[in-house]
Ligand binder design. Structure first.
Ligand SMILES: [Zn+2]
Length: 331
């Protein structure tokens, strides 16, 4: 992931100067490689034999071998579990880790993947650790673009953006990952995945690996039929079920953003929805796209609280349908 390398530079410099930042908030689009970057930074920070000025860990010292075996005791990752949120007991574990002595390295690294998924109690607990930093711990908080992090947390971190790579770089990385596979998808499928992923290569790989493209096709068909009034909301919702709730919301959010783009005179990103959103854009005021985006965000929050996901899909479909002109809806 060559586009991540420049982001290692400030950490290499800080190591050389012996002035490591206590906490860094790393933000970027979904699937751009934030987690991989955090792992590379952690490896760089614990390495015993890095050459001064180098952005890379040596790969051979005891620390590096532990990192390679994914068993380094001074590197911990905290991420959402079943509840889709990071809970307070996870942050309590992080706080204890932060004040304990390092076991084998000169310092400890705690990665919070993702800082935009902390529940309110967990966020407040993390704030305490950020306010009273131990000198030998480095916190790396990851944030997905468009998902807010509490300002009180944000203000205590150095902010580091992760860029989305140039299209050619993203495509060649994806191609290299898929090349050796027997069942490698066709290049037009790879291009479509990258396109739908907004150019984020890891997300594109995930879309290809999870069968998202095929499921999207059947959801698209049902969606178009539903918008024309040819199938019921229940039938349309069924087509979304195989995608799962998270992917359904991601897909619909993408479409709502496409609608906003079309309303602003831009090009929709998903070619499969382009015709529908252009039609809707011509007959609706711009605030209706934002209203949809807001409804999708609300559904995301509702799912955290175990609201029935099928009902959420129904609700969103009905909201989409309300953008159709009345005579079309009746037909
Ligand atoms: Zn090393």
């Amino acid at each position: 992931m060559p586009w991540l390398t420049p982001a290692l530079e400030p950490f290499a410099q800080a190591l050389d100067q012996g002035r490591l930042p206590h906490a860094t908030l790393i933000h970027g689009e979904r699937g751009v490689g934030k987690r991989q970057l955090a792992e590379s930074i952690a490896a760089l920070l614990v390495c015993d034999q890095r050459t001064e000025g180098s952005r890379e860990a040596c790969g051979q010292c005891r620390q590096c071998l532990l990192v390679a075996g994914e068993s380094h005791p001074d590197i911990r990752v905290y991420q959402p579990e079943k509840s889709r949120m990071i809970r307070i007991d996870q942050v309590r574990a992080l706080s204890q880790f932060a004040v304990a002595s390092p076991q084998v390295a000169g310092l400890k690294v705690a990665v919070v993947d993702r800082a935009d998924q902390l529940n309110i109690n967990a966020a407040n607990a993390l704030l305490k650790t950020l306010e009273e930093p131990a000198s030998d711990v480095v916190l790396l908080l990851l944030q997905e673009t468009g998902r807010p992090v509490l300002p009180t947390i944000r203000s205590r971190c150095r902010i580091m953006p992760v860029p989305t790579p140039p299209a050619a770089e993203a495509a060649s990385w994806l191609f290299a990952r898929l090349e050796e596979r027997d069942d490698a998808p066709e290049t037009d499928q790879q291009a479509l995945a990258l396109h739908l992923a907004g150019g984020a290569p890891r997300l594109a790989l995930e879309l290809l690996d999870t069968g998202f493209l095929e499921q999207r096709e059947s959801a698209l068909d049902a969606f178009r039929q539903f918008m024309k009034g040819a199938v019921s909301v229940a039938t349309a919702a069924r087509a979304f079920r195989s995608l799962g709730h998270e992917a359904t919301l991601n897909l619909m959010e993408g479409w709502a953003n496409d609608l906003a783009r079309a309303m602003a005179g831009g090009e929709p990103r998903d070619p499969g929805i382009a015709e529908v959103v252009r039609y809707l854009a011509s007959g609706n005021p711009p605030w209706r796209a934002q209203e949809l985006v807001d409804a999708i965000r609300e559904s995301r929050r509702a799912l955290v609280n175990n609201v029935n996901p099928e009902l959420e899909t129904d609700r969103l479909l009905i909201q989409w349908r309300s953008l159709m002109p009345r005579r079309k809806r009746a037909g």
